[in-house]
Write a protein that binds this ligand. Structure first.
Ligand code: HEC
Length: 223
């Protein structure tokens, strides 16, 4: 427990000062191993117990949620290799996920950046305790910097400041962004970014609005 707390404290520091994970790993390695050797070997969790516990926590969830604890083919492959998969498996995942992406029928990729800004900032949704009709957001700031004026953001994903401007507002790049947001694993096989459209967290309009947030020259992301 102590170790876990120490490690999460280190992670928090990492987020603040931007130390690389490699640096932490080295620090951890450099720690004296005497204590670790003296401690009793950690008991391995029985997978059946973990499975039963997990199912139980979903006990009150509606049936369509129950299905979410069963990993789909893509997740199963990524989980089995701890996100390290062969190039053959990666190709198969990308092909499978790409087939799930539904592009706007009229080909319009950019919506309203002002609405996209709300979606990016909204971290609500997807919780059992949500009142009925809660509109889910994308919680993009949990992992990305977008507007430069926003000081609170996660760094798991790359900064998206000037995203459209840096790509010369190229429509092909806007389509790639639509694909990425709709189904991140259609772009990178074992991405850590949620599959927002494919998993029905965000609808088509919300994704168009997010693409506008990234690609509209008037969007604060490009200012
Ligand atoms: C849980 C973390 C997480 C969240 C939440 C998240 N992303 Fe990402 N995103 C990533 C990571 C990590 C990458 C880097 C590539 C990868 O792993 O897929 C990425 C990559 C991207 C890229 C491609 C960047 C490039 O290099 O060209 C775009 C665009 C993007 N995200 C947009 C969004 C938007 C918009 C949202 C909100 C709807 C969002 N992301 C939410 C983690 C996240």
């Amino acid at each position: 427990m102590k170790t876990i707390m120490k490690f999460s404290a280190a992670l928090a520091v990492t987020a603040l000062v931007g130390v690389s994970f490699g640096a932490i790993a080295q620090t951890k390695k450099a720690e004296p191993t005497k204590k670790a050797a003296a401690a009793p070997a950690a008991k391995k969790a029985d997978p059946a117990v973990v499975e039963a516990y997990l199912k139980n926590t979903f006990g009150k969830a509606p049936p369509e949620w129950q299905a979410r604890i069963v990993p789909d083919e893509t997740l199963k492959t990524c989980n089995a290799g701890h996100n390290e998969v062969s190039s053959k498996d990666a190709d198969a995942i990308v092909k499978r996920e790409l087939a799930r992406v539904v592009y706007p029928a009229d080909g319009k990729l950019l919506g309203d950046w002002k609405e996209g800004k709300k979606v990016a900032n909204n971290g609500r949704g997807g919780q059992f305790s949500d009142p009925e009709g809660t509109v889910a957001g994308g919680n993009c700031y949990a992992c990305h910097q977008l507007e430069k004026s926003e000081v609170s953001f996660g760094t798991l994903g790359p900064s998206l400041t000037n995203y459209g401007k840096d790509r010369k507002f190229d429509p092909a790049e806007a389509k790639n962004a639509f694909t990425k947001i709709y189904d991140s694993q259609a772009v990178l096989a074992c991405s850590n970014m949620p599959r927002f459209g494919a998993n029905k967290v965000l609808n088509e309009k919300q994704i168009q609005d997010l693409v506008a947030l990234l690609f509209d020259p008037e969007s604060p992301v490009n200012k």
